[in-house]
Design a protein around this ligand. Sequence first.
Ligand SMILES: Cc1ncc(COP(=O)(O)O)c(C=O)c1O
Length: 463
Amino acid sequence: MNSSLLFSPLTRRSHPLIRININNLTKHTPTRQFHLTYPAMSEKLKPAARVSGSRQDVWTIINEAAAASPKQPIVNMGQGFFGYNPPKFILDAAKDALDRVECNQYSPTRGRPRLLKALSDAYAPFWGRKLNPETEITVTTGANEGMLSAFMAFIEPGDEVIVFEPFFDQYIPNIQMPGGKIVYVPMHPPAAGSDRTLSAGEWTIDFDQLRAAITPRTKMIVLNTPHNPVGKVYSRAELERIAALCLEHKIIILSDEVYDRLFYVPFTRVATLSPEVEKITITVGSAGKNFYATGWRVGWLMGPPDLIRYVSAAHTRICYSSVSPLQEACAIGFEQAEREGFWDQCIADMSGKMARFNEIWDELGIPYSKPEGGYFVMANFSKVQMPEDYPFPPHVASRPRDFKLAWFLIQELGVAAIPPSEFYTDENAHIVEDYLRFAVCKPDEVLEDAKKRLRGLKKYLKQ
Ligand SMILES: Cc1ncc(COP(=O)(O)O)c(C=O)c1O
């Protein structure tokens, strides 16, 4: 290596990555054969801070607990993946797509024209017009990558993004990637939520707290309706108040509506409130959630051309384009869903599962937040008394009570649920330390098995 390339005689500063040990330069080095001191290999292999969080995440803890449980096999109501297949007409479309040459090659970075058109048609009844498939929609690799693209498109280091707690956990690293600062605003469960079952709609945000969280650097706010994990569908009145603040302070709304086909009360899409609100809103959708196919990784973002253009540019940088045959299958899914009565069936099926599963809480006298949408239910375990000397491993013992409850349920009953304090900051974790989240998107026999096992809680209930 020619060391003169690495050492500027004018500044006498070494290349930032290679330090020259000056003590090794002697009069006897006419050939300038410098001995270079490289940073240790371990330094070079050090990961960037953005991917090297040290705390074990909830998924690892719950999976480990499940593997260690004596109650095998575990009934897994933790993660929100479906325990059954997409409907036949969509599966057939995917299989057919694989037989077509053009469906196995790159798709346009903004999405396959057939899917863009199908989305434009499918959303027209809600928007009251057809979104322009070329400028107002972009297809992404799942909603998650879509949201990363949106943050990459608009967030500069130090820009602030408001996120409500509990949040979908992927928002946080996605905002941090481009250097965004997250400003948290907690949702509050109803005060009587530990005594009786109330609607998930009773979880509220404090508008004074929201207003106080806004600063001149607030660039975006993330909404999620229907909400994971709470099951709340934001009312029109609540959305109008949030949108008014965003218009006043010129804040982009990123509305995560991945559960938009699963609502059990009237559902308002924030972008449709007014033309002014539409101009500042990016709406997020997910074929994974719509078609019971979370592994397909097809999502989309919809919004005004001035926003979508830059989201598409970021998406192109991140993954160029999304998986072709499954985009094609989703296009056909949207073309046929209405005719197949699929959307109504989704609501009927999931609300049926929800009602049947929640009977267990009524039977045990455990209150829960009755979901208005989505497929998660939050049950309040304040009445459950775990033995005082229960042997929790240190990484669980150091976390809030909901982690201990989740561990206890897995070990004693063989039922896995998610502790929602993972979706709050440490400061606000106490708000949900009595709750556990259960995913009901599972086959009926799994739900029945879970109910049978949960009856084992009777002996731990405070009288
Ligand atoms: C609220 C919310 N947003 C986004 C996603 C991610 O959707 P996708 O699988 O399409 O990336 C999920 C998945 O659980 C979710 O719950």
